[in-house]
Design a protein around this ligand. Sequence first.
Ligand code: ZN
Length: 68
Amino acid sequence: MRVKCVICDTIERIDNDCPEAKKLQNRLIHTYMCDTCSKRIGENTIKRHKTGRFKLFRKYEVYDQYLD
Ligand SMILES: [Zn+2]
């Protein structure tokens, strides 16, 4: 199937059987992002993680206290 990246408007052809195509067909996701854009978004997310604004492991620290 042909898909258009929501960010840069690049038209890409993806395999009908790939997970992205399945998600689009089942309306689990309504938008497609090309590799370049999803990588860039991923890098930005990692940068945000490094600033410490995301405290993903807080829950586990609490559990650790009980385990001790
Ligand atoms: Zn793109």
